[in-house]
Design a protein around this ligand. Structure first.
Ligand code: CA
Length: 227
């Protein structure tokens, strides 16, 4: 059974699409906000995501980038616009396909089948360099300005996860699921504590951030401080 995650804030569209897709034999779950959608895209590991661009909490293109940063799940964007510039931006942000509203569940199902037929695996680089920071994924080692960092296994995984997605804000719950392999729920402290250890080892602090930047209620990102 193909599982679909529907990220759509319009209740009428969401219920109607979810019902029709279920009738067509899809396993459908849905969220109404971008943040919940990114979390669900990781924890529920759907086969395909259908993303509405006009969401109440975060811009659709931003949600798309966040999803792209944490999973390679195919994403079909549902958009009200059919202007060429908007569509180019959607693909640049990592969409696999798009449908222009209004569309039928049958039309969407055909796009889902096509996207699933052509999506393949992706390959990852084994070494990441950001300014003076080097993260060697194969050797499980990191250096800062040529000096080895003495990281615990979880600190390394956290650093590697963020460094592989530079500039992209990652929700802490996604880190709980991806780095700690734990279902989330009030466990943000674990992430905070490890972030604080990691920062200390990188020679920075929350008030004097260089690589690691957090935004309350949203998440954390690793940035190139020289950029
Ligand atoms: Ca909407």
């Amino acid at each position: 059974m193909v599982s679909v995650l529907l990220i759509e804030d319009d209740q009428r569209i969401r219920q109607s699409l979810a019902g029709s897709l279920a009738d067509l034999g899809y396993d459908v779950r849905s969220t109404t906000t971008g943040i919940a959608g990114v979390e669900e895209a990781v924890t529920a590991a759907p086969d395909v995501v259908v993303l509405d661009l006009g969401l109440p909490d975060i811009g659709g293109n931003e949600v798309l980038k966040m999803i792209r940063a944490v999973t390679s799940v195919p994403v079909i964007v549902a958009t009200a616009q059919d202007d060429e510039g908007g569509i180019v931006r959607i693909f640049d942000a990592g969409a696999d396909d798009y449908v222009v509203k209004p569309f039928s569940a049958e039309h969407l199902a055909a796009r889902i089948r096509a996207v699933l037929r052509r999506t393949g695996g992706d390959t990852a680089d084994t070494e990441i360099r950001i300014a003076g920071l080097t993260v060697d994924l194969a050797a499980h080692e990191a250096t800062l300005d040529g000096e080895p960092l003495d990281l615990t296994s979880k600190e390394f995984e956290l650093l590697a996860y963020l460094a592989a997605r530079p500039g992209v804000m990652i929700p802490k719950r996604v880190l709980m699921a991806e780095v700690w392999r734990q279902p989330y729920g009030g466990a943000d402290k674990t992430v905070d504590v490890h972030l604080s250890w990691l920062r200390r080892k990188l020679g920075e602090s929350a008030s004097e951030a260089r690589f690691i930047h957090t935004r309350r209620g949203v998440g954390v990102k690793l940035v190139d401080p020289s950029a």
